[in-house]
Design a protein around this ligand. Structure first.
Ligand code: FES
Length: 111
């Protein structure tokens, strides 16, 4: 069953993407053309895959590990519902998941 994800791009425009259960959120976002760099390819060493999860979806995600929380401390523009997209794998329950790609992620790449 396909899993729909709505990304809000840094300009505030919704971009709809479709993945399958088990797909990695970072990869789904990259395939949809979102500016998610994911420099470390899921090793939790960069935070360039940072997304802000819509509040109503945040509690539906598996909890962040301590390493992820530590890494999020370094993410530009991090909020309470921030996550590293490389640490989120889609499940059928996440159909409709909505996450924003912070504007800061594009800025960070130029630094
Ligand atoms: Fe580097 Fe997610 S890709 S922390």
């Amino acid at each position: 069953m396909p899993v729909k994800v709505i990304f809000i791009d840094p300009r505030g425009n919704p971009v709809e993407a479709t993945g399958a259960p088990g797909d990695n959120l970072l990869r789904v976002g990259q395939s949809a053309g979102l500016p998610l760099e994911g420099t470390c390819e899921g090793q939790m060493a960069c935070s360039t895959c940072h997304v802000i999860v819509a509040a109503e979806w945040f509690d539906k995600l598996a909890e962040a590990s301590e390493e992820e929380e530590d890494m999020l401390d370094f993410a530009a523009g991090a909020r309470r519902t921030s996550r590293l997209s490389c640490q989120i794998d889609l499940t059928e329950e996440l159909d409709g998941l909505t996450v924003s790609v912070p504007a800061e992620s594009a800025d960070a790449r130029r630094m």
